[in-house]
Design a protein around this ligand. Sequence first.
Ligand SMILES: Nc1ncnc2c1ncn2[C@@H]1O[C@H](COP(=O)(O)OP(=O)(O)OP(=O)(O)O)[C@@H](O)[C@H]1O
Length: 200
Amino acid sequence: MSACLVVENLDCGSVREVNFTLAVGECVSLAGASGSGKTRLLRAIADLDVHSGTVRLGGKDRQCFTPAQWRRRVTMVPAESHWWADTVGVHLNGSPDVDLEALGFGPEVRGWAVRRLSSGERQRLGLARAAALEPVVMLLDEPTANLDAEAIERVEHWLAERRQRDGTAILWVTHNAAQAVRVAQRGYRITASTLQQAFP
Ligand SMILES: Nc1ncnc2c1ncn2[C@@H]1O[C@H](COP(=O)(O)OP(=O)(O)OP(=O)(O)O)[C@@H](O)[C@H]1O
């Protein structure tokens, strides 16, 4: 598999010397104790927080992109997403390609008011909104934390399809070791402020 995202010698917060690559269509999991720096690492890769080191996409340094171009390609889905417009459909970029049904929604969801969304609906629609940007890399911060078992299965399947069909690469933060092994080909853990490979 060809390298898609390359992270070299990245320092952010207390986490030091982060080095890893993500291949096209690959899913890598990220674990670590609460407060170990997982969210900050995702934010650094998405260029949302101050950091040092190098991040490249498809062989091009991040400096070759404007911040907006970068975040469109390397898209972070935070644990709690923010919504700027009142209606769900406005956030979906007019994209007919986002398979909302596979996430458990009917077409009427596009007309729903954002304020009525439950936390689990918000979380699934946050993924749909990110996917509508057609990113090269998705940085997912505990994307199934608010979901029941059936919805978790739907989301895992939906994301696996994006990897296989579109070659989207995924960095997936999860506290659930069984989920990490289920969804990812490789797993990392932040231990003592360093990134260590957990599996295979
Ligand atoms: N902007 C900031 N400035 C200084 N410290 C911060 C900042 N944002 C987060 N931190 C601290 O950095 C540490 C790592 O935070 P982070 O949110 O990355 O943890 P996490 O591993 O994602 O935790 P959790 O599993 O609880 O979500 C925490 O101690 C947090 O308080």
